[in-house]
Design a protein around this ligand. Structure first.
Ligand code: NAD
Length: 275
């Protein structure tokens, strides 16, 4: 196949992390993209190391730096799966250097998210708690099912992730909660039931419950269950490998190069209906 002449320059902040490494591989494997560099925290052992393909081990001419601002300055797009404090800072570099920001970091507070909203006034920002096609379809199906099943069906959301995950419930589980609440026409903050322990009392009708499992190297599993007397409907997604998130983020990066400034999500990228 003929090589595309103008490749989109994509950088990866947090390139030494689990998602960072997977993203490096996805960018190097995508012929429409060229890897423009990678950064890590100032105290990371990756600083100064050559950036390699995580699967083939093939070395690139790039080394890991701690200078995120320089990476934003020299890239068309930067993909960011790091931590909330870093993502807030990165959003300011995106706005300053007119660089598209693809943000997959979870555990962001409303205040943290303001930084992404501000950047989105200047550049395209794609922010999603989950970049896989299957999970975005699950968001859609959850909203649809919740809109069709009344409160006789108790909604419970169960998620499982690897032992290293630091936030709970997962960003995806919370997004599923929002999808279910939207379907029901209620505000998740009013009906969310998290962290049951001890004598909790009976389940409140209309609540949306969350349960969390952690262990091993599970990339991500989510089930939304609708529980009535004598019947249960379950919608489940299982991620076999975090490459699905990386491929989705690279797809979003290429998609965003044709867009105006604004805050987008994976429904926009995948063309899924929002209502
Ligand atoms: P991880 O801890 O393996 O990787 C995070 C990396 O970011 C680390 O290498 C860390 O050193 C680096 N980092 C932190 N601060 C930095 C800074 N200021 N500059 C540069 N690098 C910095 O975690 P992970 O499993 O790769 O997940 C990262 C984030 O992505 C989490 O919030 C996770 O929940 C989220 N995530 C989102 C999706 C999605 O589809 N949206 C999928 C998987 C994971």
């Amino acid at each position: 196949m003929e090589k595309i002449m103008t490749q989109v320059k994509i950088g990866v902040v947090g390139c030494g992390g689990r998602m960072g490494q997977t993203l490096i591989g996805a960018i190097l494997d995508q012929e429409k993209a060229a890897l423009s560099g990678g950064t890590e925290r100032h105290d990371s052992p990756h600083i100064g190391q050559a950036i390699r393909h995580p699967v083939t081990g093939a070395e690139t001419a790039l080394t890991v730096t701690e200078d995120a601002e320089a990476l934003f300055e020299t890239s068309d797009v930067v993909i960011d799966f790091t931590c909330p404090t870093a993502t807030v800072l990165h959003a300011s570099y995106a706005a300053k250097h007119n660089t598209i920001h693809i943000a997959g970091t979870t555990g962001m507070s409303e205040l943290d998210e303001k930084a992404l909203h501000m950047a989105a006034e200047k550049v395209p920002v794609v922010y999603a708690s989950n970049f896989s096609l299957g999970v975005n379809l699950l968001f859609y199906l959850t909203q649809k099912a919740a809109s069709m099943l009344d409160e006789d069906f108790d909604i419970e959301i169960l998620e499982m992730h690897h032992r290293h995950k630091v936030d709970a419930p997962s960003g995806t589980a919370l997004s599923l909660g929002h999808s279910a609440a939207k379907g029901r026409g209620v505000d998740l903050d009013q009906v969310s039931d998290r962290g049951r322990d001890g004598i909790t009392g009976e389940r409140k009708r209309g609540d949306i419950g969350f349960a969390v499992l952690r262990g091993g190297n599970v990339a991500g599993e989510h089930t939304v269950s609708f529980n009535a007397y004598d019947e249960r409907l379950e919608l489940t997604h299982k991620a076999g490998d975090r490459a699905i998130f990386a491929r989705g983020a690279v797809k979003a990066a290429l998609w965003a190069t044709t867009k105006d400034a604004g805050l987008y999500d994976m429904f926009d990228v995948l063309g899924l209906p929002k209502n």
